[in-house]
Design a protein around this ligand. Structure first.
Ligand code: MBD
Ligand code: FE
Length: 279
């Protein structure tokens, strides 16, 4: 009975690992000199940590057990996207002039249903939360409106769960593909997401509690915005006043990414425009 199924770290980890394996395998060939350089430097940083802090055999074996557990619970996508991806994104986005991007995270799924330019994201009957109208325009850096730009949006529900990664949620719930109209404009009706908590029952949760950290990401919308002849951006947008905008476990918040919604009859409304760099 799917209504009584519980979200577990191992189940969402397994789904994220499977998605990554099927969607992202077009890895570019990395030349051996580059592999050697990077692998050596990472290993040196590990060696230096061991020397500087006189790491014991007990600590080494705890690390070994934990690394094995990350794999067994399928949490490599979660671990890497939470604690490493933000720096990869920082380097990749360095020279862009348009809208800021941030990390993709582990829960993107390609080919969500196409919903036109005035979209209502799929929800369940009685979907919990505050209705949100998210609207705006996609432009090039020179101000040209971009008709037929493609906006992919995905986000957690009001309990902090993502469809296809937690049990009992319809496949495309709170996911969609939106296309801008002739003026580059779009309107997306959805329900505000809740803050996201890293699963506490897996290897990542284990690290967080063993280190005395907290497992929270602020509430966020995930987006990818693409137009012919322009660079695609992957980003997230956040809500003002969220306690974790200043200490996101995944370090993915930037001031430019905090929305400014206002209350309207029956919910909230916010305008946010995307500016894309040319290819
Ligand atoms: C998320 O929802 C997320 O966006 C990231 C980056 C990591 C874990 C969960
Ligand atoms: Fe997320």
């Amino acid at each position: 009975d799917s209504a009584t199924e519980v979200a577990t770290a191992a189940a969402s980890g397994a789904n994220a690992t499977q998605r990554f394996t099927s969607d992202k395998q077009a890895a570019a060939h990395t030349p051996p000199e580059r592999v050697s350089l990077l692998a050596r430097q990472v290993l040196s940083a590990v060696h230096e940590t061991v020397r500087e802090h006189k790491v014991t055999y007990d600590e080494y074996n705890a690390l070994k057990a934990w690394l094995i557990n990350v794999g067994q619970t399928g949490e490599w996508p979660l671990f890497l996207d939470v604690w490493v991806e933000h720096v990869v994104e920082e380097v990749a986005g360095e020279s862009r002039e348009g809208s800021k991007g941030t990390i993709e995270g582990p829960y993107y799924v390609p080919d969500a249903p196409e919903l036109g330019s005035a979209a209502i994201l799929p929800t369940r009957d009685g979907e919990k939360g505050t209705p949100l109208l998210f609207q705006g325009q996609v432009r090039g850096v020179d101000g040209t409106p971009l008709p037929h730009a493609v906006i992919e949006i995905w986000h957690a529900d009001a309990d902090g769960f993502y469809s296809q990664f937690a049990p009992g949620i319809p496949e495309w719930n709170l996911r969609g593909t939106v296309t801008t109209d002739d003026q580059g404009q779009f309107w997306i009706h959805t329900m505000k997401p809740a803050p996201y908590q890293i699963p506490t029952d897996g290897a990542c949760g284990n690290l967080i509690s063993a280190a005395g950290w907290h497992p929270w990401r602020p509430a966020h919308l995930h987006l990818k915005v693409a137009a012919d002849g322009y660079q695609q951006i992957t980003t997230q947008l956040y809500f003002p006043g969220d306690a974790h905008n200043d200490d996101d476990v995944a370090n993915a918040v930037k001031p430019e990414l905090i929305l400014d919604p206002h209350d309207v009859d029956g919910g909230q409304e916010v305008t946010y425009d995307f500016v894309l760099d040319k290819d």
